[in-house]
Design a binder for this molecule. Sequence first.
Ligand code: ADP
Ligand code: 5GP
Length: 188
Amino acid sequence: MKGRLFIIAGCSGVGKGTLLNLFLERNPKIKLSISATTRKPRKGEQEGVNYFYISKEEFLNSIKNDEFLEWTEFSGNYYGTKKSFVEKTLNKGTDLILEIEVNGAKNVKAQKPDAVTIFIMPPSVEILEQRLRGRHTEDEETIQKRLNEAQREISEGQKFDYKIVNDNLEDALSNLQAVFDKEGAKNA
Ligand code: ADP
Ligand code: 5GP
């Protein structure tokens, strides 16, 4: 039996990372895919844990060699999911989560219609901005770019299989767990 593929998207600062850290602690058999990116590591982020941090040249090379299941340019940086990692994990029977932005999510869903898409919604755009600023990891220009993407992402998010509002964190976590349970994730 192959593993199931789950795709989680949502605006920058909505709380995807926070939710997923807690979710994966509670569901240790489910794996999170590690993407490649050309963005610089944030304070506290680690190579091979949060991302594989590569140069633009290496990234363009991987595109040329058809190594990505999907890739995108977001807010001035490249991000991509390696085919080999996804296929190896699913073939082992392990359920896998991709935490990617909406274009990547659409692209993967078109290739793998069985994938379950989940969009994490902010309670409001004002709260999204507060969270993004409150994280203190981006400069003003980056915050503005990310907020500019938010409205488009929220409208794209309406087409996802499931939508979860991350207002109260514990409520959002139980709603996320309920989706995985319903979809028959092995560890759920
Ligand atoms: P993302 O991974 O979607 O960019 P993060 O997980 O980094 O977002 O969360 C952005 C900020 O919002 C962090 O400072 C985090 O602690 C905070 N946060 C996340 N979820 C909630 C929540 N339900 N209520 C209040 N603050 C939250
Ligand atoms: P961040 O810079 O905040 O880590 O990520 C910015 C955005 O890129 C987030 O929406 C995140 O989900 C998305 N992202 C991360 N990795 C990938 C990837 O491999 N592919 C795509 N399409 N988006 C990604």
